[in-house]
Structure formats: structure tokens, C-alpha cells
Ligand binder design. Sequence first.
Ligand code: FES
Length: 141
Amino acid sequence: MDELFAICRTIEIEDEQPRGFWLAVRGEDGTVKPWPIIVVRKGSRFFGYENACPHTGNRLDSVPNQFLDDEGNFLSCGVHGAKFDADTGNCFIGPCRGQNLTPVTLVIDDGDVCVTGVDLAEEDGLDLIEAEVPEVEIEQG
Ligand code: FES
């Protein structure tokens, strides 16, 4: 089984309040690269995506305050307004319609939200100051 990397407690992510994380992964050549991800909660289910819009590769939250909504069904890209189903990451409207956010494999382990299937370089990227951590909200359909 792949190694699990706990990134937060499940209680730290609320419905309708996706949370962004700046992680760092080690590539096959050993280089460490920033890996921003988003975790979305819908009840007891959690969904993870790389925080990169399929349209240009920008972070979805690179334009602040463009993600708020009340119901929590859709992620929205603040750059050009693409909307993604929170359950699947599929873009249903916007310039990248039909494309998908890249999923991140999450495992819930004893109340922790864990990423797995990657070589996480914990010492490089998990200690960014709070102001650098992306914030993402989801919106209703
Ligand atoms: S960068 Fe996301 S819609 Fe254009």
C-alpha cells in the first residue's frame, strides 16, 4: 500500500468551504516541485484536485474572492469563470468545458485527510506561511 500523508483532520474541512493546501512533491529525478491542491468536502465524502485550471494551468483561486457561493456544488475558477462539478472535477461551463481537474487520491484514515500515491516532500512546502496558502470556495448550481 502506498504511504499516507496526513494533511489535516477531517473536522478542519467543512461542507461548502473547500480548502487549499500547498504541498511539495518529489519527481522521479529527485527534484521537489510545489503541488497546490484543493480538498472539497460533501458530507462524509472528500474530493481532492490539483489546484490548476485545465484552461491555462493557473490556480483556481489566483483571483481572490471569486469562489464564494452558498450551496457548495461547484468549484469556480476565478480567472475566466470556468465551473467544475465538485464531485467529479468536470468542467461544465467555461473555456475548458468538457475537461477535468486532475484528481488527487485521498484516503480518510482515523479522522485524518491523507494524500497517497505521491512522493510528498514534507519539508518543502508544508510550512508556508498562512497568507501563502490558497483559499478556495465552491458555489452552488
Ligand atoms: S484559467 Fe481557469 S477559466 Fe481560464
